[in-house]
Design a protein around this ligand. Structure first.
Ligand code: GLY
Ligand code: MN
Ligand code: MN
Length: 437
């Protein structure tokens, strides 16, 4: 509770520095999957970051001033609903447990918000996120304007609050880092189990089941995203998620999967041979992608540009593609023309945190931002070779990505996903220790 309250106090201070006003941050709505069946509920990341409260139908209101105020609107207690769906805190218990000055039933939000906005200079909110919340917030501003003849004024400015929250979320605190370390460990253990369970003839979804089993058995609440379990040619489909193909001897299996633990994502990719032994062409491409991964991570340290790991990966991959005969020409020129995009068409990473593609700008004032201690990101170079007349058949359908999660530390970085091997010897050794299906 203290951590979340401290974050709200920091946000209030930032708002005060920019002229003060009222912040309104709503959580995510529940979403119906089909006829009365709902998707598993997940709170909005900004909202969760500020209060740690996981129930739907909740809004946080912060007001700057000499004595700043922190309010929560949430679902009222309801014995019948609690019998059907489960416990809800109700305003009184929520205010106490989550450290708010007061809390009210969500049903009072539309009536109460205009009162809270009266004579405030500005409103700060997460706009253009949920149309229904935009409508309710604008209705509240209009309601205050209606009181002009009583001498009251409505906020004259509406600020997008996400920019401030994105920046706060970019630097992880010790509490977040501890969760992210654990999420990385769980996901690494899941990948180890998947490697040990893979063999020719099994189905991709059987391996997906092994991953999900480890995630959940270790206490994680969800997969952070739909797991990619892509064998053979499917490994060259970047967002493949059908996971329903039978894996054949001699193919590779690419798994991109990570758990979400207490709100925080992990995001690991490993690629390994279905039969436990890399073939010679697979080995060539694998070593190249691994070299790109290591070169990229070596660039992660405070002060270096966000783009430095990507540039390092591109340089290694481009030279490697030339050496293997996949590209023809001179390295500098091929880097200039981004020739490697034919086989490596995505970027080398993204911020990681509450969202798998986490909050935070990548450029500031038009320049790639420098790394700073506490930032968390992925490093994920890859290589995807589709069949083509001008490509040696030995490389057809090889799709390889090696993705790790990295925390920027004062003297470089910490790898959060070392729990699963990424070198050929380590993978082959682990796969010799099969688990029975
Ligand atoms: N699994 C999503 C990503 O790697 O960005
Ligand atoms: Mn990723
Ligand atoms: Mn991934």
């Amino acid at each position: 509770m203290d951590i979340f309250r401290a974050r709200r106090i920091r946000l209030l201070a930032e708002m005060t520095a920019r002229g003060g006003g009222v912040a309104v941050v709503s959580t995510a709505p529940e979403r119906e999957r089909n006829r009365g069946v709902f998707f598993p509920y997940r709170a909005d990341s900004h909202f969760f970051y500020l209060c740690g409260f996981r129930e739907p139908e909740a809004v946080l209101v912060l007001i700057t001033g000499d004595s700043p105020r922190q309010f929560l609107f949430c679902r009222a207690k309801n014995e019948e609903q609690e019998t059907w769906v489960g416990y809800r805190h109700g305003p009184e218990a929520a205010a106490e447990r989550f450290g708010f000055d007061s809390a009210w039933p969500i049903d009072e939000f539309d009536r109460k918000l205009p009162e809270l906005l009266i004579n405030q200079p500005a409103l700060w909110t997460n706009l253009a996120n949920e149309p229904e919340w935009d409508r309710r917030i604008l209705a509240a501003i209009k309601a205050v304007r209606g009181k002009v003849r009583s001498g009251d004024t409505a906020p004259q400015t509406v600020h997008e609050i996400s920019a401030m929250l994105d920046e706060m979320r970019l630097l992880k605190d010790e509490f977040e880092i501890a969760i992210m370390r654990r999420a990385g460990e769980i996901s690494a253990a899941a990948h180890c189990r998947a490697m040990r369970a893979t063999r020719p003839g099994r189905l991709e979804y059987e391996i997906e089941a092994e991953l999900l089993y480890v995630f959940r058995a270790a206490g994680s609440q969800f997969p952070a995203y739909t797991s990619i379990v892509a064998s053979g040619p499917n490994a060259c489909v970047l967002h493949y998620t059908n996971n329903d193909r039978r894996m054949l001897d001699g193919e590779l299996l690419l798994i991109d999967a990570g758990c979400e633990l207490d709100g925080y994502a992990s995001d690991i990719t490993r690629t390994f041979p279905v039969n436990g032994r890399f073939s010679s062409p697979q080995r060539d491409i694998y070593q190249l992608v691994l070299a790109a991964n290591l070169a990229a991570r070596a660039k992660v340290r405070p002060g270096n540009s966000w783009n430095a790991p990507h540039e390092a990966a591109i340089a290694v991959l481009t030279q490697g593609f030339i050496d293997l005969g996949l590209l023809k020409g001179e390295a500098q020129e091929l880097i200039q023309t981004q020739a490697c995009r034919r086989f490596y068409m995505h970027r080398t990473g993204h911020w990681l945190g509450l969202d798998v593609h986490d909050a935070g700008q990548y450029k500031v004032n038009g320049q790639w931002r420098p790394f700073a201690t506490g930032m968390a990101l992925t490093i994920e170079p890859g290589c995807y070779i589709r069949p083509a007349d001008d490509v040696s058949e030995a490389f057809w359908n090889i799709g390889i990505r090696i993705e790790d999660n990295v925390l920027v530390t004062p003297d470089g970085c910490e790898i959060l996903t070392d729990g699963v091997p990424r070198d050929i010897e380590g993978i082959e050794e682990l796969m010799r220790d099969q688990i029975q299906a």
